[in-house]
Every structure is written in structure tokens, then in C-alpha cells.
Design a protein around this ligand. Structure first.
Ligand code: SAM
Ligand code: SF4
Length: 329
């Protein structure tokens, strides 16, 4: 029988843990990471795969059953498949997802699936190589469509393709992204830009509200009707479909609508802090108690009892975050 998930102080069931395995990245996306000035975590402070697995093994009996591996860029941490296999073997873990920029996916997708990875979100903000270089600020040769195909061919399901829409930078590709969902069985999701950290000159003016995105997507592919979205791994996105299309179009709207009332997640940073709200400043250090051999269950219960009702991103309160790469989005 499945263990009922713990509830927080507002009655929300918390069954989903996002695990950041590194604060580093092979990209420097304009909205995510400053080009310089982030202090990397020393290796000794980063949880080993054994320690991450030990945290999950202690929290799974409290109802955590869905995991997402994120970063920074998780695929740059060596032997990621070893962690996937270790997590998959924890009793109670039902589902493991990965968030990645996709650069290394063609080389890794099959190995990760063999280790137990279930699904993937690929974050790509353009289909044009020159523009990817401009947004990611790194000159890595890679083909976003090859990344996408490798994920589908390896059997990852669902495959979600996430684009952060920025006015005047990549919003002219809304139609091209929407068309991907016509022929491929994937979920194209448009994310509203969130103002966190330095943002390389991006301002509120660069945010494209999801209502406008949907209008522009429909202008490219035809009328959209509400859809159920993927059977597994439904998060805060709202989904739509062109009748008869293979995939769906989704929008994630942290700016125009919050979805805090149905929040089911907490986050573990690479150095072992449990963060109960993406933009809250309430964190609990799990690493030191874990290394001291203390039980984590009571700490987890206390952390959930203090999970805030909602974030205050619109008031630009981000709980000390300098970049989303520090907590994995
Ligand atoms: N490197 C991986 C990736 O890019 O998917 C995982 C970490 S990344 C921080 C997770 C997600 O956060 C990505 O989809 C990224 O586009 C999104 N993200 C980062 N900063 C953002 C911002 N300021 N506004 C909206 N989305 C952001
Ligand atoms: Fe790296 Fe992902 Fe942040 Fe881009 S969004 S800089 S790929 S962590």
C-alpha cells in the first residue's frame, strides 16, 4: 500500500522532492546564472550520491515518492546514472525525472533509462544555434532537436520541452515551438520569465504573459482546446491541444497566476539544505544531521509545518536567491 504523503500546515500533501545535484552548469543562461560572481560550493559540502540516497531513504517512508534530479546542470556531474539507479532502488520511490539543458542527452539518454530514469524536461529557449549561443552564453555545439529525439527514442515518457519566453529575444519562435507539439508526442511548455538575481539586463518588459503566448501559439497552429496534459508528472502547467495533434502545449505562469495553493513539493540543494518554498527564505540543514547520524524524519516534519503559504515573487522577494541555478528551478 502507498504511504500517505505528509501534509504541511495548510493541508497540502508533499510527495515530490526536487534534488539539485550540482550548482554548476555548462550554460550561463541570461535569466538564470550570472557570467561571473557566483561562488561554487566546495566539493566537501556537496552531498555524495550515497548521502542523497540516504536522505531519500529516510523521507520516502513519510510519503515522498516522486523525485526530480536537477542542478545547475545535473548531467555534468559524473556517473549520474549511478545516482538514478540508487534512488530507483529506494522502497517507495515511484518516479524519477530529470531537468536538463539537453546538451549531453544524446550521449546519456539510454544509459539513464537503463538505470531507471522515467521522464525528462529539456530546457531549450531557441531552435536556432546562434540564438542559443546568445541566450546560454556558451558556444557548445548541439542540436536541440537531436536532444529531443534522443529522449523520445530512449523511451522517456513524458518528454517535456520547456522554453522561457522573452520578449524581443525569442518570442518570435513561439510558433515554431508550438508546431513541435503537432507531430511529436511531447509536451511543449512556455514558461513566464521570473525576475530572480542579476538577469543580465532583462526586465519586467521582457516577460510575455501566458495569455499572449497562447494566442500567438494558436495563431501558428490553430485553435487550442484545454487538454489533460501528461498522465504522469503533472505539475503547475496548464495544458492545451490542437485537436488531433500528437502532443500538447502547456503554460507555466509564475508571474500571471501563482499555483501555491496546490504546491506538492520541496527542494534539496546540492549542499543538503531542504528548501520548502522556491522563493522562501526558510531552509533546514539536513546535511549536518545526516553526517552526524541523526534521524531526518522529525526535521522534515518540522520543516513542513513551517512551509509558507505562498511566495512573494511579484514583490521581488526571492528568499536570498542570487540565481535559480542554486536551487534547480
Ligand atoms: N539546467 C537544468 C535546466 O536548464 O533544465 C536544470 C536547472 S534550471 C535552473 C531549471 C529550470 O529553471 C529551467 O527550465 C530554466 O529554464 C528555468 N529557469 C531558470 N531561471 C529562470 C527564470 N529566471 N525564469 C524562468 N525560468 C527560469
Ligand atoms: Fe544552466 Fe539550466 Fe540555469 Fe541554463 S537554466 S544556466 S542550463 S542551470
Amino acid at each position: 500500500m502507498t504511504t500517505p504523503a505528509l501534509r504541511d500546515q495548510f493541508g497540502r500533501s508533499i510527495e515530490y522532492l526536487r534534488i539539485s545535484v550540482t550548482d554548476r552548469c555548462n550554460f550561463r543562461c541570461v535569466y538564470c546564472m550570472p557570467l561571473e560572481g557566483l561562488d561554487w560550493l566546495p566539493k566537501a559540502e556537496i552531498l555524495s550520491y550515497e548521502e542523497i540516497t540516504a536522505v531519500v531513504a529516510q523521507l520516502a517512508p513519510l510519503g515522498l515518492r516522486r523525485l526530480r534530479i536537477t542542478g545547475g546542470e545535473p548531467t555534468i556531474r559524473p556517473d549520474l546514472e549511478r545516482l538514478v539507479a540508487m534512488l530507483k532502488a529506494v522502497p517507495g520511490v515511484e518516479d524519477i525525472a530529470l531537468s536538463t539543458n539537453g546538451v549531453r542527452l544524446p550521449a546519456m539518454a539510454r544509459t539513464l533509462v537503463a538505470a531507471g530514469l522515467d521522464r525528462v524536461n529539456i530546457s531549450i529557449d531557441s531552435l536556432r544555434p546562434d540564438r542559443i549561443r546568445q541566450i546560454a552564453r556558451r558556444d557548445l555545439k548541439f542540436d536541440p532537436l537531436a536532444s529531443l529525439t534522443s529522449a523520445i527514442d530512449a523511451g522517456l515518457d513524458p518528454v517535456k520541452f520547456n522554453m522561457v519566453v522573452m520578449r524581443g529575444i525569442n518570442d518570435d519562435e513561439i510558433g515554431d515551438f508550438a508546431r513541435l507539439g503537432l507531430d511529436h508526442a511531447l509536451h511543449v511548455r512556455f514558461i513566464e520569465l521570473m525576475p530572480v538575481g542579476e538577469m543580465a539586463g532583462l526586465t519586467f518588459e521582457h516577460i510575455v504573459p501566458s495569455a499572449e503566448v497562447l494566442e500567438r501559439a494558436a495563431a501558428a497552429v490553430g485553435a487550442l482546446e484545454p487538454a489533460a496534459g501528461p498522465a504522469r508528472g503533472n505539475g503547475p502547467a496548464r495544458y492545451y491541444r490542437v485537436p488531433g495533434a500528437a502532443g500538447t502545449i502547456g503554460v507555466i505562469t509564475p508571474m500571471s497566476h501563482t499555483y501555491c495553493d496546490t504546491c506538492n513539493r520541496v527542494r534539496l540543494t546540492a549542499d543538503g539544505r531542504l528548501r520548502t518554498c522556491l522563493y522562501g527564505d526558510h531552509e533546514v540543514n539536513l546535511r549536518d544531521p545526516l553526517r552526524a547520524g541523526e534521524p531526518l524524519g522529525p526535521l522534515f516534519e518540522r520543516a513542513l509545518a513551517a512551509k509558507p503559504r505562498e511566495h512573494h515573487l511579484l514583490q521581488l522577494k526571492v528568499g536570498g536567491l542570487k540565481a535559480l541555478s542554486q536551487v534547480g528551478g
